[in-house]
Ligand binder design. Structure first.
Ligand SMILES: C[S@@+](CC[C@H](N)C(=O)[O-])C[C@H]1O[C@@H](n2cnc3c(N)ncnc32)[C@H](O)[C@@H]1O
Length: 323
């Protein structure tokens, strides 16, 4: 499961809202985020299924359409965009290719992520400016951008009030704010049910598909130790919108995304994590992937407009800087 398909699980003891509840200080959080993502950058796209072809295009466009369409804002095009925590370029590069943004700036606290983004942009023949930056201290002049956006980044930022006031500062009057892929606190709690159920039935599942147990980890990936502390927040929809309103933004909307797709995805991811990856049949992977996409459609067509945002796994926010 990827940020493309879902945001990551929160680390132990990390979910916080409003005020910061985290074992590390804000400075330490920024530091571990830089180190963790610098190391993660090398295998990030393959680990999280980041795609810059048709699939990535459709995923990103569908999210942007949901959140901007819901606010009646349409799909731009936006002349100058700034992405916060852009990672390897999942959102910006796909939006550039789709013509939704015209001139792109990508910022991230991790220089390693920006190097991976530059390599992706070069491979795709796309022009993009990359600037290492902490979301709370943006090195850009007032009113420099028409769109400030991000995906799966707000939950890493210690001082969101400060970050949102920076987003507001660098936007032109009438400019748009768009964030997607933020973990919902209640959605995350609900998703623990299928995860627990999957852990219980995992031995039986492995027998059915003919796979042995996962081999013991040899010291773990170099970034694994930090994974549990890079996440800072999981949000209730009202908390997320309060940060935007507090910064003086207007037309604030928060919507939820993915319910059944996430339960299905986490069930399969939990099962697969217990098996030797070389022995998980291709047919199973195909079923898990196609099933996830089918349930995403069901969520989108049937549930997202009818159920309260809080119960979905991911939250999306759109807002505007008043003219
Ligand atoms: C889960 S990744 C998402 C990356 C990308 N947006 C995507 O969807 O694939 C979170 C990103 O936020 C960045 N990040 C974490 N804390 C940050 C901060 N305080 N300021 C700016 N970027 C930050 C990380 O370096 C990382 O690239």
């Amino acid at each position: 499961m990827s940020p493309a398909l879902s945001t990551k699980e929160d680390g132990p003891g990390s979910p916080a809202s409003g005020g910061l509840r985290h074992p590390l200080s804000p400075e330490e959080i920024r530091n571990v985020n830089t180190r963790y993502h610098d190391v993660a950058a090398g295998h990030y796209d393959s680990k999280w299924g980041i795609d810059f072809g048709e699939l990535g295009h459709d995923q990103v466009l569908s999210k942007v359409r949901k959140v901007l369409g819901a606010g009646g804002r349409g799909l731009g095009p936006f002349a100058r965009s700034l992405e916060i925590g852009s990672g390897t370029g999942y959102f910006t590069l796909n939006l550039l290719r789709a013509g939704v943004i015209e001139e792109a700036t990508c910022s991230d606290i991790s220089p390693g992520m920006l190097s991976a983004l530059n390599a992706n942009a070069e491979r795709l023949g796309l022009a993009v400016r990359t600037v290492p930056a902490d979301a709370e201290h943006l090195p850009f002049a007032e009113e420099s951008f028409d769109l400030v956006l991000g995906h799966a980044v707000l939950h890493h930022i210690p001082d969101l009030a400060r970050a949102f006031s920076e987003f507001e500062r660098v936007l032109v009057p009438g400019g748009t704010v768009l964030f997607a892929g933020e973990p919902s606190r209640y959605g995350d709690r609900l998703a623990r049910v299928p995860k627990r159920a999957a852990s219980t039935v995992a031995p039986l599942w492995r027998r059915v598909i003919g796979a042995g147990p996962a081999p013991p980890a040899e010291g773990g990936a170099p970034d694994a130790a930090l994974e549990g502390v890079v996440d800072v927040h999981a949000f209730a929809p009202g908390e997320l919108s309060a940060f935007a309103r507090g910064a003086g933004l207007s037309d604030v909307r928060v919507i939820g995304e993915e319910l059944l797709a996430n339960w299905f995805g986490w069930t399969n991811r939990t099962l697969e994590a217990t098996a030797d990856p070389n022995e998980v049949p291709w047919a199973w992977r195909w079923y898990a992937y196609r099933g996830y996409l089918a349930l995403q459609q069901l969520d989108r067509r049937l549930l997202e407009s009818r159920l309260p945002p809080a119960i979905f796994y991911n939250l999306m926010l759109s807002a505007r800087k008043p003219v």
